[in-house]
Design a protein around this ligand. Structure first.
Ligand SMILES: [Zn+2]
Length: 432
């Protein structure tokens, strides 16, 4: 066993490295205890829970949960609870209707009532546990196909490989070509061991779903020294500021993060926060340039709230920005495209640098390497493109493992680039 479960300060239980866990190690591969497919209702959780054996049920009920501050966002879950109440109440009624003997009736009703209270309590607990601990496996895939995930509950997201497309929202990023959107059959799933892993805004591990093995796999994204707690990010990494992250974590999971990134009393924390703020501003300006200069009918505010980009980015364009937009509009199409590509490359590199400075190394970063590679390729910088693609691939290997379809696809893409490069070299050698 690579890890042990023990008390993690004020966070309840947590997973800790027993010995050094090298980067890229698959720490856990777990099948879901309960999984909802797309289109299923939260109430189905209760049906699945009923079918668990004693040991499994113990694992389920041993998980922590919190009632959820964001009651208004719990629509589906409240609805599920109402359903449970109605269903049990109907059971009680039919029992009463069947009894003829008055004495028996009252006994039955009392029994039924106490059963009802008990089972209702358990139903609430099970639904709350599922809500607090399940992962949204569909979110990443839906994100990469550019469709908004329904923000009906607060499950942890698996990591969107393509957060940036959504952030910048332009047409030049084509990360999805590398990982084509293939929705997993499972939407929400509960993995009891992985649910023990606590959150960090700068985690040392990442969980990704393996669609063929149907397991949720946790990989070390850094070397984890013996005794260090294993952590994953419950939120999609979009460069959010502390207040934005804290609000989501408190709302969804009932805790306040005090990871190093969130500690604004330290120099490093303040610096990180500042660079995130600058990044958001750059994003805002870039987004305005792209949408306003290309006439893409896209609201600048759309799609931000649900996944962590702040509403504060809904922007008014400054005079300087407006002049830039006007200048871009006046450019011939080809020049404008070149200008935008260069701008995009600059933004991506800036974002990459921000993540690298903070030590954030997950699939959100590899998707950035790929996007950079494509842009470099389109501008003829083949050697740089190759290096960027290799960097992305290396990250994917660590986050996903060599048996993951997304890694294999990326590998094939990089192999293609390698062949192209070799061919180009051959041609240039021959022509000499
Ligand atoms: Zn944090």
């Amino acid at each position: 066993m690579l890890y042990e479960v023990r008390v993690a300060a004020n966070k309840g239980l947590g997973l800790f490295a027993k010995n050094t866990i090298p980067r890229g190690t698959r720490i856990l591969a777990e099948k879901p205890l309960i999984a909802l497919r797309l289109g299923q209702r939260p109430t189905d959780v209760l049906g699945y829970a009923k079918r668990l054996d004693l040991e499994e049920k113990k694992r389920l009920l041993g998980l922590s949960w919190h009632p959820g501050n964001g009651v208004k966002r719990m629509g589906r879950w409240v609805e599920a609870l109402c359903w449970a109440v109605r269903n049990r109440a109907t059971d009680g009624k039919s029992a009463r209707a069947q009894g003829n003997d008055t004495g028996k009736i009252s006994a039955t009703v009392t029994e039924r009532l106490s059963e009802l209270v008990e089972s209702l309590g358990e139903a609430v607990q099970i639904l709350s546990i599922f809500r607090s601990n399940s992962f949204n496996l569909a979110a990443s895939e839906i994100l990469s196909s550019g469709v908004q995930p329904s923000s009906t509950s607060s499950p942890k997201t698996s990591n969107p490989p393509n957060a940036l497309k959504k952030v910048i929202g332009n047409n030049n990023l084509r990360v999805e070509e590398i990982s084509p959107p293939s929705r997993p059959a499972i939407e929400l799933a509960l993995f009891p061991s992985i649910a023990r892993i606590n959150h960090s805004c700068n985690p040392n591990a990442q969980a990704n779903y393996h669609p063929l093995h149907q397991t949720f796999n946790v990989h070390a994204t850094r070397d984890i020294p013996a005794g260090e707690e294993v952590s994953i990010n419950y939120l999609p990494e979009h460069g959010q500021l502390r207040a934005q992250r804290v609000a989501k974590l408190e709302d969804g999971y009932g805790f306040t993060c005090n990871c190093p990134v969130c500690d604004l009393d330290t120099k490093a924390g303040q610096k990180g926060e500042q660079s995130r703020r600058e990044m958001q501003q750059t994003m805002k300006r870039t987004r305005a340039l792209f949408t306003d200069s290309t006439g893409v009918a896209e609201s600048r505010d759309a799609g931000y709230g649900a996944d962590g980009m702040p509403e504060s980015l809904s922007s008014t364009v400054s005079d300087k920005e407006q002049r830039q937009i006007d200048a871009l509009r006046a450019m011939p199409e080809e020049d404008r495209q070149t200008w935008l590509r260069e701008r995009e490359l600059k933004v991506l590199n800036k974002m990459l640098a921000m993540y690298q400075t903070q030590g954030i190394v997950g699939r959100e970063v590899s998707s950035m390497h790929y996007a950079i590679a494509r842009l470099q390729r389109s501008t003829g910088s083949d050697e740089q493109a190759m290096a960027s693609a290799e960097a992305g691939l290396e990250l994917e290997k660590a986050c996903l493992g060599v048996d993951h379809p997304a890694y294999l696809e990326a590998l094939a893409m990089v192999e293609g680039l390698r062949v192209d490069a070799a061919r180009a070299q051959l041609v240039s050698t021959k022509s000499k």
